[in-house]
Design a binder for this molecule. Structure first.
Ligand SMILES: [Zn+2]
Length: 129
């Protein structure tokens, strides 16, 4: 489990209010920390950071186009990063849309769907191969 409070206090100057919370899973922690470190000295107020429709969304109040480009870069990077563990992931559209790696996909969905989304591994071998 990642301690999101560390990020909250370390970059407290970036957040719009003290009730700020991160609404996404641990796999994006490192990516978000990197993002915050890159924009920490700019005039920026972040109102929300969340996972929405499988994507990282950073809601920010700024007119600085450089900051907006940095945020876009990390939102793109999140599309290829498993939200649960941080490994390389792909977009899965099951009960909801999420970015998952092969292994998290199997843990979360395969037992119910018995459907191989993209790659085969030992767990699906008998059914799919
Ligand atoms: Zn994963």
């Amino acid at each position: 489990m990642k301690d999101w409070n560390i990020l909250k206090y370390k970059y407290s100057n970036l957040f719009y209010n003290k009730f700020f919370g991160f609404e996404c899973d641990d796999g994006w922690y490192d990516l978000i920390e990197e993002l915050l470190s890159k924009i920490q000295f700019f005039d920026v107020k972040i109102s929300q950071i969340k996972s929405k429709f499988g994507g990282l969304r950073v809601y920010v109040l700024t007119n600085d186009s450089f900051v907006n480009r940095i945020i876009e870069f990390y939102e793109e990077k999140a599309k290829k990063t498993c939200e649960y563990c941080g490994n390389r992931g792909f977009i899965v559209n099951e009960r909801w849309i999420a970015v998952l790696c092969n292994s998290c996909y199997y843990k979360k969905y395969f037992k119910n769907t018995k459907k191989c989304y993209k790659f085969h591994n030992d767990e699906c071998y008998n059914i799919c191969a």
